[in-house]
Design a protein around this ligand. Structure first.
Ligand SMILES: [Zn+2]
Length: 119
């Protein structure tokens, strides 16, 4: 009877259009941090914004596994072990392709000579 009372609320069905509380969990804000390893790789790590900038100072490089840090100019170094590099990798770094072909030829020659001597 009161003139101030609101009329019936229209279009407020309970159903699919109602926002679900747990949908906000999956939309939690995130931020990414770039980590730089000594090999020049950049690894982007994504953290939940809930940690409020409390992210680690070091991360593992996703490409080479070396420790990666926040400062691109001064990436952390791992003095003890040098993983992911075999002796052959070092050889390849030192030798040009041309050297490699020459060395391969020499090696083949030695093999041929060895076989030749064996007869
Ligand atoms: Zn790396």
């Amino acid at each position: 009877m009161s003139a101030n009372s609101p009329g019936p609320i229209r279009g407020s069905k309970i159903g699919a259009s109602a926002p679900r509380p747990d949908s906000q969990v999956s939309d939690a804000p995130r931020f990414s941090v770039n980590y730089y390893c000594e090999n020049g790789h950049v690894t982007k790590a994504v953290f939940s914004a809930n940690i409020k900038g409390d992210y680690p100072e070091e991360w593992s490089c996703e490409k080479c596994g070396q420790p990666a840090g926040l400062d691109a100019e001064n990436p952390p170094v791992e003095p003890k072990t040098v993983p992911f590099k075999t002796h052959l990798d070092y050889v390849k770094e030192r030798r040009s392709d041309e050297d490699g072909e020459r060395i391969l030829d020499e090696a083949l020659d030695k093999l041929r000579n060895r076989f030749g001597r064996a007869r």
